[in-house]
Design a protein around this ligand. Structure first.
Ligand code: SAH
Ligand code: SF4
Ligand code: F3S
Length: 472
């Protein structure tokens, strides 16, 4: 049993991560999944979605087949998220629902992995109260799933293997990508920013950039398999390379990836701190880097930004925002905002509203602050009631929605490029795709357009999506 340790997870040393090219391996003894099915439920961010693509690939190499019906599964994995309390609650609710399956299927394997598995309190709970969960493993050892699974089956007891180290870079990982035309590509793991409210640096280890040649090789391989759009993934992609190279950063990587001639490049998430002027120029000059930037601000109050440890002021953020807007044609900018951070006053909140009025975001993801065990912000005094926080969230959302719709209205009658991904789930006669600026569009077009980037005239706009028809 290897249990998580948040104190260990916080440590950052000068030891460089190892680059491991032979760490993942499925041997004949591990191919135990014949005629058996697996079901995975994924919570959280793109990082977790992409990790689930790895879980799928590993299980399929073990000969399991995928099912979307949980009741049919012989193995159920919950790939969890720890970012807010409600993410936790959803997982514990789900565990409650899964328990009864155990009674009708005694040999079913139930597993918990992802960011919650990196938390001491969660794993202690699972170990005490959820003995019927068979395996628990963390974010650093997903590639060891076959070993952990076999161990649990052989020993017939709960197997917990969670590492709380800084992490390595494991390179021979398999991915089963669901989308044929769009792919995520990890460029770095972990995070060293330690924003005071955030649990990610504890659950994902220290910042570790992948080598540029490994990233480029993956992109080229994806192009060969028909992928049109890649999203470079990391918690703080603008800091790419700082831990690995003296003189090669995100602007260089973006440029090199753009030279592969992939049709579309996106990247998430950009911390404003590391966004360089050179990076803006590279995005502006290379047309296959999409004019879309997710630039989380978190708060418009300098006092709160400081308490959050975000390392920029409102004014610095707005300067960067305006520079991006003026240099990159037609750029769309989205953000993340937290309301009700400990000690946030009505005045602080109004600073956030002012900032939104100034930036007029295309979209924003908004959250009520959720205290995370062992993070510095969780110890700060906080007098604001939950009721008041929810009111602030509702007020903020009204403003966000207003600007989202206003921005979309400007697109009416415009002709924009859309990568058509498939048939709309809501209306079988429509296809769906995304514009270069990452707006969802329902398109009237024939199915032979799936997988292509086509010109679409926008005929109707809503707050969250656009409608359009193909033009030739
Ligand atoms: N690395 C990204 C953010 C990843 S987490 C960045 O720095 O921009 C996604 C979002 O969840 C954050 O931007 C923040 O808005 C929100 N978040 C993180 N911790 C939170 C907490 N404790 N309570 C509420 N929201 C939180
Ligand atoms: Fe969390 Fe801040 Fe790192 Fe983003 S940059 S993952 S908010 S600590
Ligand atoms: Fe959640 Fe972990 Fe992502 S905490 S937001 S799944 S990095």
């Amino acid at each position: 049993m290897l249990l998580p340790n948040m104190k260990e997870a916080r440590k950052r040393t000068n030891v460089k991560p190892e680059f491991l090219y032979n760490e993942y391996n499925v041997n004949q003894n591990m191919k135990i999944g014949k005629n058996k099915k697996y079901f995975i439920k994924t919570y959280g961010c793109q990082m977790n979605e992409h990790d689930s693509e790895m879980l799928c690939a590993i299980l399929e190499e073990m000969l399991f087949t995928k099912t979307d019906v949980m009741e049919e599964a012989d193995i159920i994995l919950l790939n969890t998220c720890a970012i807010r309390e409600n993410a936790h609650n959803k997982v514990f609710g789900m565990l409650g629902r899964i328990k009864h399956l155990r009674e009708t299927k005694p040999n079913i394997i139930i597993g918990l992995c992802g960011c919650m598995a990196q938390e001491e309190i969660v794993v202690a709970d699972i170990n005490k109260k959820y003995k019927w969960v068979d395996i628990v493993f963390g974010t650093h050892n997903i590639h060891r799933l076959p070993n952990i699974l076999l161990e649990a089956i052989n020993k017939k007891q709960q197997e917990i293997e969670v590492l709380s180290n800084e992490g390595n870079v494991i390179e021979n990982l398999p991915y089963k990508r669901e989308n044929k035309y769009k792919a995520w590509v990890n460029i770095m793991y972990g995070c060293d920013k330690f924003c005071t409210y955030c649990i990610v640096p504890y659950t994902r280890g220290k910042q570790r950039s992948r080598k540029k040649e490994d990233i480029i090789a993956e992109v080229k391989q994806l192009i060969n398999s028909g992928v049109k759009e890649i999203t470079l993934l990391g918690q703080n992609v603008n800091a790419y390379g700082k831990d690995l190279y003296d003189n090669y950063g995100m602007e260089d990587l973006l440029y090199d990836v753009s030279q592969t001639n992939i049709d579309r490049i996106r990247f998430v998430t950009s911390h404003p701190w590391d966004f360089t002027g050179k990076m803006i120029d590279v995005i502006a000059e290379n047309k296959n880097i999409m004019p879309f930037i997710h630039l989380p601000v978190q708060s418009g109050s300098d006092r709160i930004l400081k308490l959050m440890g975000r390392r920029y002021t409102k004014e610095e953020y707005i300067t960067l925002f305006n520079k991006i807007k003026s240099k990159i044609d037609n750029v769309s900018i989205t953000t993340d905002i937290i309301v009700g951070f400990p000690g946030e006053t009505r005045e602080d909140f109004e600073e956030t509203l002012n900032l939104v009025n100034e930036c007029k975001y295309d979209l924003a993801y908004t959250f009520v602050y959720s205290p995370r065990e062992n993070t510095p912000a969780a110890k700060l005094p906080d007098k604001t009631t939950e009721y008041e926080k929810k009111n602030r969230l509702a007020e903020l959302n009204l403003l966000i929605n207003k600007y989202a719709l206003e921005n979309n209205k400007k697109m009416l009658d415009q002709i924009v490029p859309v990568l058509i991904e498939g048939i709309s789930e809501k209306d079988n006669n429509m296809l769906t795709g995304y514009t270069d600026t990452n707006k969802l569009v329902n398109v009237k077009a024939t199915e032979d357009n799936i997988g292509k980037i086509v010109n679409v005239k926008i005929t109707d706009v809503k707050t969250w999506s656009l409608n359009g028809e193909i033009v030739s």
